[in-house]
Design a protein around this ligand. Structure first.
Ligand code: TRP
Length: 443
């Protein structure tokens, strides 16, 4: 077996992890839900979820990855014994599931990016969405997106993922900041800020039982937890640096990008009098496309905006594919390129239903959000909190000067607070799935 790859630098690891975290979740889901769920007051709930629940959970995944230095399945096996491999396998399977439809949405973004310089969607934003979102067009774009992801992963950890994300993450920050600054100059931008950020406690109060599980679920999805992505990335860490500091930077940057996206999108929408309607997977595409159509520099703005979304989506998809490729490369003689290619092909096939109908895409997503993701996080927490226990504690504080007292607080947070929050989220998710009937596939 050839020697296992590692990151060339600490910054490379952090940026790759930020690249994984910053994705469609931040730019589509996050700002729109914030606006809908009470603006600044939702932001507080989300921050509490990200810092109080997401951060400790991320440290749990980092501890497993850096300690074992293996792919996510073998990492759980090596640290806890063969039977725990199932936890890693669960995460890997869910990553596979999510990437299948994530790539379909990535394909839509490619279509919007390509159409922006010529303003193809300007005449009929809703019609354009129905034309590209399902059917043969969507299938082709899904294949193109997947091929791009396979390309980067095939190049390797240092030469592919690290090099690519080192350029991608700063570009996302820069372009989004530029768009937000431009949006600030528009007449009527104020209404956008008001929608996004004014604290609306009544929205929070009336929807509390939707909002809390959403905030927790969103924190997991957005921070790329629950499917071995962070285990895998941490397994390439060679240094002795503070995992706590790294996880902290990742959480901060991830939230920052979500807020920045909101500061760019809502002034654009409100300046054009467009209602940020959030129902259905396509609504956000349609409303932003409508805003670009109405702006003088719409072609340029649209191109920049969809470029950001595409870059963010790609760097997240890369991390999901890497989880599976890492397992195959660690365990077989198969090289990176054929492994990535074959897995990419299989993912393409699993994504076919989602590419053919947005109802299927929604079903895949709902199941992932409400059932699979919390289930997998729960299994990881159980393992790290109670099986690995003090060994995980040592790994978390190793390289940081926070000491074992901090480690003990972390361990008990994982065992009790995070565990209870995820259990509650899962219970509420299951209720809507089974009682609400969402478990039934849309055939
Ligand atoms: N975090 C990404 C987003 O916000 C999606 C993602 C990438 C993800 N890798 C993941 C979600 C692993 C869960 C697990 O769009």
């Amino acid at each position: 077996m050839t020697e296992r790859e590692t990151w060339a630098s600490r910054v490379g690891f952090v940026l790759a992890a930020v690249g994984s975290a910053v994705g469609l979740g931040n730019i589509w889901q996050f700002p729109f839900k914030t606006g809908q769920f009470g603006g600044a007051s939702f932001l507080v709930v989300y921050l509490a979820a990200a810092v109080g629940i997401g951060l400790p959970a991320m440290l749990a995944e980092f501890a497993v990855g850096r300690r074992a230095k293996r792919n996510t399945i073998d990492a759980f096996g090596a640290l806890g014994g063969r039977q725990w491999k199932v936890v890693g396998a669960l995460g890997l399977g869910i990553g596979f599931w999510i990437l299948s439809y994530y790539s379909v949405v990535g394909g839509w973004v490619i279509r919007y990016l390509v159409a922006s310089p010529t303003g193809t969607y300007f005449g009929d934003a809703a019609g354009y969405f129905s034309a590209v979102s399902a059917g043969t067009d969507a299938l082709v774009a899904h294949a193109v997106f997947m091929a791009l992801v396979v390309g980067v992963v095939a190049l390797g950890v240092e030469n592919g993922i690290e090099r690519a994300t080192k350029v991608m993450v700063p570009s996302v920050l820069l372009i989004l900041a530029g768009l937000a600054a431009f949006a600030f100059t528009l007449d009527g931008a104020g209404a956008g800020y008001a929608y996004f950020l004014s604290p609306d406690l009544s929205a929070l109060r009336t929807n509390l039982w939707d909002i809390v599980p959403f905030a927790v679920g969103q924190a997991f999805f957005s921070l790329s937890l629950g499917m071995g992505a962070m285990v895998t990335y941490a397994s390439y860490v060679d240094g002795e640096d503070s995992l706590v500091a790294d996880a902290g930077s990742i959480v901060v940057l991830n939230t920052f990008v979500g807020v920045l996206a909101g500061l760019a999108v809502f002034p654009l929408l409100f300046a054009q009098g467009i209602d940020p309607n959030t129902s259905g997977p396509g609504a956000v595409f349609v409303s932003t496309a409508g805003a670009f159509a109405a702006l003088p520099a719409g072609r340029l703005l649209g191109t920049l905006f969809f470029a950001v979304v595409l870059i963010a989506a790609l760097s997240s998809a890369i991390s999901l594919l890497e989880v599976v490729v890492s397992y195959v490369v660690d365990n077989t003689g198969v090289g990176r390129l054929p492994a990535a290619g074959t897995i990419g092909g299989a993912l393409f096939l699993l994504g076919v239903p989602s590419a053919l109908s947005t109802a299927w895409l929604g079903w895949f997503d709902t199941l992932a959000y409400k059932l699979l993701l919390p289930l997998s996080v729960l299994a990881i927490l159980l393992f790290v909190g109670w099986v690995l226990g003090r060994e995980a504690l040592s790994e978390v504080v190793h390289g940081s000067d926070l000491g074992r007292r901090f480690g003990a607080v972390w361990l008990w947070t994982v065992r009790v607070v995070v565990f209870a929050a995820v259990l509650g989220t899962l219970a509420l998710g299951l209720q809507t799935l089974f009682v609400g009937g969402a478990i039934v596939p849309p055939v």
